[in-house]
Structures are given as structure tokens and as C-alpha cells.
Design a protein around this ligand. Structure first.
Ligand SMILES: Cc1cc2nc3c(=O)[nH]c(=O)nc-3n(C[C@H](O)[C@H](O)[C@H](O)COP(=O)(O)OP(=O)(O)OC[C@H]3O[C@@H](n4cnc5c(N)ncnc54)[C@H](O)[C@@H]3O)c2cc1C
Length: 407
């Protein structure tokens, strides 16, 4: 990959758009801005893009198609059915089409696309803070960057526009005075072998306090012989790793190759994702599907919009009145409805009492694999209501899931 590691250490280079973080949001923003012909710097603190990997790599086929091409070598598995284990006994099967990506390779691929479009990628540099500019429109800000690849030197980069794509900690947003009030799930994920799933076309999801309070646990195939086992929890007394250890006891004789810990925002997007001279994209903006914690596709979409709007801003092409709020208007038009619906789905799911789980399983379990088609939903839904009137509150969940998906 073409790198520009050394250059930041020299004078104060000037850019039109500085993007902090080379995850899916940052690389997509960098590509979109560079394609508009402006000077783009993409700064990543880790020495290698995609590392450390902190993701299961699941993406819905529908989303992957919308995102355009990707190399087949990045596909680890294709999942066609999800086994949902609720509490200690209830099981449901959902028909869903997911691709499991090699997330490390996928992030590298996206960064390379940005470089091919003309962005300059600096790895091993951490953006640490900002000096206010003179207050003039499109006047560059000076951002302090530190060489964290071993050199240890400090330097400055000047840029007319900053895109914060630096993940859930939202460091760039904080420099600009944003107080990111996000509800975070703490996640632990391990890579294991052999693969305990019956097939590489199946994944399993575990819901319930005994597995992952405030979240869920998953086992996703990464090949015929390997799998990723992880969970996300919220509002717990024990550390997340304790839940992961108990989860792993379900399968005997697994070899754990590596384990990571990371957080994911689950409360939906921030109220405001732009301000004078900056935009926020991806996890940094809370642009994650609240019912699943999925953020690959949404980060790419929002990052792409951020890159385009940032470039239009520095070129002076934005409508004076609308300004950078254009970014927020565009991403909300694409994804605002989905984020809101999936937040409601999550809250409805959290309202299910242990005693109600069996009634749901009895109503839906016998139909085999649930595909959310109205003809399959109607019969079980009526049965459910006859058994437990209180569950009428869950009906919107089915229809929202059908319209927006829940991942
Ligand atoms: C365990 C786990 C499993 C997940 N599984 C899935 C899944 O299966 N499917 C899915 O869709 N989503 C999943 N997610 C969510 C998904 O990983 C994120 O939503 C997605 O990575 C967000 O992309 P991003 O570019 O916004 O942020 P990130 O991918 O977090 O990228 C941010 C980048 O910024 C860099 N950075 C941070 N601060 C600085 C700085 N100061 N200077 C320079 N660089 C900086 C970081 O090193 C990082 O590379 C999962 C999350 C977790 C924690």
C-alpha cells in the first residue's frame, strides 16, 4: 500500500480535508473527497490499517450489493440461516443472507481505494488536538499529530476541513466541543478453532440475561474450520470478559487464537454531526444500527456522504444557507428512518419478560425458518395475541423489521 508516513514529520503540510481514522467511515470519506479533486490526508494511528481487528465482519447481502464491488478473497463465509437462542430453551430460525468479511482485509481494501482516488494515507500518526483558526470561513485549522510508530515526534497539519472518523471515543468531536452522549456496549470477541457450528452457512445468536445482559452473544463462521465467538453487554456489574468466559464453556475443546475488547455505540446517531469546519462520521457520530450494533455499511454510507460534502465545502460549492448541515440532511434522508426504527426494535425486544419468551417460541417456532413475509407472519401473530394479549406491543417490531431490517 502506498504510504506517506515520513512527510508529516517535515514542515506543516496543507490539505483541504483532513480525515482522522482509516476505518470504513474514514476511508470512504477520503475516497469520496479525493474523487472530487481536493487535497485529502487520511491519518491512522495504527501502523497498519485494519489492525487491531475488532469486528465480526457480518454484513447483510442487501447492504453489500448497495456498496459496490469488493474482492471475493475477502469473503470468509456466506450465512443463510440464523439460529436464535432465547433464554435457556427457546429457539427460532431466521432466514437471512449475510456475508462474513475478513474485516482486516476489507479495511485495507477500502483504504487502498481512497489512495487510488488520490488521498494521502499516513499510518502510525495519531491526531491529538487542534488549534483554533482565526475564525474565518474555510480558514485552515492546525491539527497536532504525533508519530506513534516509534519515532515519537510531534508535528502539525493544516486543513480547511476536518472529518472525525475516529470511532466511538469521538475524539475529534470533543475538540470541537461536541459532548457525545452515547450508550456504549462493551464487546469481547475471540477467534476459535475448530468451528463448533453445524455448517459455515449457519450462525447463532444468544439473547437473554444469562448470556449477555443488555446485548447479545454470537457465533459466526469465519471458515469451515474456524469461528468468531463474541458478545456485547451493557449495564453489567461483572466485567464483560467474565460473560465471555462463561459463554465459551458451552463448547468443549476450543482453541482460542486471539481475543479483543472494544465498544460499540447503541443509542443511535448523535443529535448533531457537524459544526464549523468539521463533520463526524461512523461510530464517532453514533451511526450504528441500535438493534444489532452493525456499523460497517452505515459507516461507509455516511462516510461517503461526509467526504463529498467536505469537498464541496472547501470548493465553495455549498449553498450559503444550508452549509455543512447538508451532510446531516443527506445522511438522515438515507438512514435516519432505519436508525429510529431499529432503536424502537431494540427497546421492544428489551421489554420481553422471561415468561413471554416461551409464548413467542410456541407461536413462531413451529413454522421452521422465519423469513418475515406477511403470509408467514400473520398466522403466528394471531396465535401469539390469543395466547398473550400483552404481546400485542411486539407487533410493530415485526413490521419495522420487515421494512427496515434489524441489522
Ligand atoms: C466486537 C465487535 C463486533 C462487531 N461486529 C460487527 C459486524 O459483524 N458487522 C457490522 O456491521 N458491525 C460490527 N461492529 C461495529 C463496527 O465494527 C463499527 O461500527 C465500524 O468499525 C465503524 O467504523 P468506523 O470507521 O466508524 O470506526 P472504526 O472502525 O472504529 O475506525 C476508527 C479508526 O480511527 C482510528 N483512530 C482513532 N483515533 C485516532 C486518532 N486520534 N488519530 C488517528 N487515528 C485514530 C482507529 O485506530 C481506527 O482505525 C462490531 C463492533 C465490535 C466492537
Amino acid at each position: 500500500m502506498l504510504l506517506w508516513m515520513g512527510i508529516l514529520g517535515m514542515a506543516v503540510p496543507n490539505f483541504d480535508v483532513l480525515i482522522v481514522g482509516a476505518g470504513p467511515a474514514g476511508s470512504s470519506a477520503a475516497k469520496a473527497a479525493a474523487l472530487k479533486g481536493v487535497e485529502v490526508a487520511l491519518v491512522e494511528e495504527h501502523p497498519r490499517v485494519g489492525e487491531p481487528e475488532h469486528c465480526a465482519g457480518l454484513i447483510h447481502e442487501r447492504d453489500l450489493k448497495n456498496l459496490g464491488g469488493y474482492p471475493e478473497r475477502l469473503v470468509e463465509a456466506r450465512v443463510r440461516e440464523v439460529k436464535l437462542v432465547v433464554g435457556s430453551r427457546a429457539e427460532l430460525w431466521l432466514k437471512q443472507d449475510f456475508t462474513v468479511l475478513d474485516r482486516r482485509g476489507f479495511d485495507e481494501f477500502l483504504a487502498l481505494e481512497a489512495v487510488k482516488a488520490g488521498a494521502k494515507l499516513y499510518t502510525g500518526w495519531r491526531a491529538e488536538g487542534m488549534e483554533a483558526n482565526g475564525g474565518g470561513l474555510r480558514e485552515p485549522v492546525k491539527v497536532k499529530v504525533k508519530d506513534v510508530s516509534g519515532g515519537g515526534g510531534d508535528s502539525y497539519v493544516a486543513s480547511k476541513m476536518v472529518v472525525g472518523a475516529d470511532g466511538f471515543k469521538c475524539g475529534v468531536g470533543r475538540w470541537f466541543g461536541i459532548k457525545p452522549e452515547m450508550e456504549l456496549a462493551t464487546c469481547i470477541q475471540s477467534w476459535v478453532k475448530p468451528n463448533p457450528l453445524s455448517s459455515s452457512r449457519v450462525m447463532e445468536v444468544y439473547l437473554g440475561r444469562e448470556y449477555a445482559p443488555g446485548g447479545y452473544a454470537w457465533i459466526v463462521p469465519s471458515s469451515n474450520d474456524t469461528a468468531k465467538i463474541g458478545l456485547g453487554v451493557r449495564g453489567v456489574r461483572e466485567p464483560a470478559i467474565a460473560y465471555w468466559r462463561r459463554l465459551l464453556e458451552r463448547w468443549k475443546g476450543l482453541e482460542v487464537e486471539r481475543v479483543i475488547g472494544h465498544c460499540v455505540p447503541l443509542s443511535g446517531p448523535l443529535e448533531r454531526t457537524y459544526g464549523d469546519g468539521f463533520l463526524l462520521a461512523g461510530d464517532a457520530a453514533g451511526q450504528v444500527v441500535p438493534s444489532s450494533g452493525a456499523g460497517i455499511a452505515t459507516s461507509i454510507t455516511c462516510g461517503g456522504i461526509a467526504g463529498e460534502v467536505a469537498a464541496e465545502y472547501v470548493m465553495g460549492n455549498l449553498d450559503e444557507e444550508e452549509g455543512l448541515s447538508r451532510y446531516e440532511r443527506l445522511w438522515r434522508a438515507r438512514l435516519g428512518g432505519k436508525f429510529q426504527a431499529c432503536l424502537e426494535i431494540r427497546r421492544l425486544l428489551e421489554s420481553v419478560e422471561p415468561g413471554e419468551v416461551e409464548a413467542i417460541r410456541d407461536a413462531f417456532g413451529h413454522i421452521g425458518t422465519l423469513d418475515f413475509s406477511p403470509t408467514k407472519l400473520l398466522g403466528p401473530a394471531v396465535k401469539l395475541l390469543v395466547k398473550r394479549r400483552s404481546l400485542i406491543r411486539l407487533l410493530p417490531l415485526l413490521f419495522k423489521a420487515r421494512r427496515h431490517g434489524f441489522f
